[in-house]
Design a protein around this ligand. Structure first.
Ligand code: GLV
Ligand code: MN
Ligand code: MN
Length: 419
């Protein structure tokens, strides 16, 4: 080795500096909002590409808008270990969700390069662009481009302003016709590793800096449209109204009850828009989203049935129209046992005070999609009060550094296994 591996403290300082650089790019000044294919997404992608090049990766922004970087192993063209996460954010999101994992991958490759280590596999880092799926009704589309499961129908999806995904992708500098060619050949990717903040309270409560993800929860998402009759707020008697908003509100409350009735399930209405949206008009139509999750696919399927049944009953009773358009449905995804063990070894080599705490993920991740291509695993990192999808999202520099050091040690462990 030419340079010793950096300490967690040094890696953490590097990570926070890189995150500060990346998080200058936002669609809304004063907040961190970096939606898929927005101008700030392009700027962030350029920044990440530059950081990858500094770290010794050959990098490009791909046809779907992800940034991909590669460092060859002992001989060119070997199968790769991919390290990834995403650089899109929710509106007014946190600094670490996704971004930490991308920066962690880049800094791990840089440290391995500086240490003069040549690996028996290539190392790649990918900064996905559509994990949050807040702008378009897609489902992990940029990672699906790599797994070969990109749904070409997504290109016709529209955002809330009516912008078509295909047009947004072209404006971004992407290439709709080039997406199919991004699919990786089976066997060309040995493993996918993702570092991510926990987004929950478990590690903090147990005083653990990092933990190993066992499985990612099952989830369903749909867009719901309720149509009633717009009318004068002062003249239409209550008994004669077909108020789309009160019907939709009853459905939102029904979702809350359905989630409470199922074991460890959650249900959320995150978007709710009334049309025409005037003080003195009975709402004629409402569009809202539903997101429902549970540790297993059977529970999510049962929630789905209940949602359809109860929403239809509310619509019939109130005399309004109802359309439910599902756009994402995923079973629970177990993480690869062998890679979980490799993370455990990486944790043990990083510090004797660390334990390999195992925990499940309630949040969705690109690893759910990548697991369809190759063995995949995730390392969670403690965050403050479990808060995420919020500007209050926070973590310590040292925890970030510990996670990156664990990632490096895990990559070295995978190399050792190749013997
Ligand atoms: C992604 O952050 C999700 O919604 O779980
Ligand atoms: Mn995320
Ligand atoms: Mn997120």
């Amino acid at each position: 080795m030419t340079t010793p591996l950096p300490s967690p403290a040094v890696l953490g300082a590097r990570a926070f500096a890189a995150l500060a650089g990346l998080n200058r790019f936002t669609d809304e000044p004063g907040k961190l909002t970096r939606l898929y294919l927005s101008p700030s997404h392009r700027q962030g992608a350029e920044y990440v590409k530059g950081a990858m090049e500094v770290a010794g990766l050959t990098a490009f922004i791909d046809a779907a808008g992800s940034v991909q970087g590669r460092r060859e192993g002992v001989t060119p063209g070997l199968p790769a270990v991919l390290i990834g996460s995403h650089i899109d954010t929710v509106r007014d999101g946190g600094r670490f969700d996704g971004n930490l994992g991308v920066v962690a991958g880049i800094l791990a490759v840089q440290a391995i390069r500086d240490a003069g280590v040549t690996l028996p596999f290539a190392l790649e880092v990918v900064a996905f662009g559509d994990e949050e799926t807040v702008r378009f009704p897609t489902s992990l589309s940029t990672s699906a481009a790599l797994t070969g499961r990109y749904d070409q129908g997504w290109l016709a999806a529209r955002d809330a302003d009516g912008v078509v995904l295909r047009d947004a992708l072209v404006a971004f500098g992407g290439d709709p016709a080039g997406i199919a060619a991004l699919a990786r050949k089976p066997g060309s990717v040995k493993a996918y590793l993702e570092v991510h903040i926990e987004q929950g309270p478990v590690l903090e409560a147990e005083n653990e800096a990092v933990g190993i993800v066992t499985a990612i929860a099952a989830q369903g998402r749909a867009g719901v449209r309720v149509t009633g009759e717009a009318g004068h707020a002062g003249t239409v008697p209550m008994a004669l109204r077909k108020d789309a908003l009160t019907a939709a509100a009853e459905m939102a409350l029904a979702l809350e009850v359905i989630a409470q009735e199922h074991d460890r399930a959650v249900g959320t209405v995150g978007v709710f828009r009334a049309d025409p949206g005037a003080t003195n008009v009975v709402p004629g139509a409402v569009d809202f989203t539903i997101d429902f999750r549970a540790p297993d696919g059977e529970t999510v399927a049962s929630m789905d049935e209940e949602i359809n049944r109860r929403f239809a009953e509310i619509a019939a009773r109130r005399g309004v129209g109802l359309t439910i358009t599902p756009y994402s449905r995923g079973n629970a995804v177990p993480m690869d046992e062998g890679l979980q063990e490799a993370f455990a070894t990486g944790i043990a080599r990083t510090g004797s005070n660390l334990t390999a705490r195992r925990l499940a993920s309630g949040a969705g991740h690109d690893a759910m999609e990548m697991a369809k291509l190759c063995p995949s695993a995730m390392l969670f990192v403690r965050c403050e009060k479990g808060i995420s999808h919020s500007p209050l999202e926070n973590m310590t520099e040292l925890d970030a550094g510990i996670a990156i050091r664990v990632l490096i040690e895990t990559i070295l462990e995978l190399a050792r296994r190749e013997g």
